[in-house]
Design a protein around this ligand. Sequence first.
Ligand SMILES: [Fe+2]
Length: 280
Amino acid sequence: MGQVQGDRLVCPYHGWAFDIEGRCRHIPALAQVVPGARQAVACHAVRERHGLIWLRAGAPHESSLLAEPPPFDGPAEGTGIRRVLCGPYDVAASAPRVLENFLDLAHFAFVHAGSLGDPAHAAIGDYRVEAGGAGRGLRATGCRAWQPKSNLLAQTGEMVEYRYEVPAPYCAVLSKCPERWQDYQESIALFALPQDPVRTRVWFLIAMSAGDRSDEQIRAFQDALFEQDRRILEAQRPALLPLDPRAEASCAIDRLSLAYRAYLGELGVRFGVLPAGPAP
Ligand SMILES: [Fe+2]
């Protein structure tokens, strides 16, 4: 509710004015007083990146993880490439559930039938997952799925290869390469902002070979896809993502989901998850 006035942030309650370092510089009710450390407010590191404002809530010494906003190395804006920020989307699901859904290939055929998948071509090829350790995130390569309409420009179905990176607990980047489109580029970053353990605000940053498609068309395509995921996400129980690999049934093709759960466990993430119990 505060207001920025010049280089001060002014509290709406008593008009106290704070400078950029959080020091109180003016108390209107007692203007002759020089405010001290008791009247200062806490400050947090803030960055502007990817069209969003990022705030680091923890103390600087807590972890080198996320000292900066997650990187996005998608194709650079230029000839034929456009970057579009989609969202925010508010979803009644935990952030780890949202991330896991973004990393999941086997749902395409059923949740996104007709665009990202086809129930008649539901098989997912084997792929590799590399876990770089708690501080370095996850990478999955060689993920292949058959897609009827993998992007806004596609006219016919084809095999599409995906590569995923998870640089931080609530961020992931996928890059796709349709087999027949050698010069096509597309990367999508997912940024999830947990609002409470079971509610999340989501943005997608898309960098793609857009042809003559407008930003509005790119957003409409992404809106429709996310709406399909939302129905599933909001129905999942338990709402918190269980980190114990035995808690939910899985198969070998879910190895990226299982690696993501293990990664959250290694990091000690407790928000939005059901922590794994001690081994029996
Ligand atoms: Fe999906």
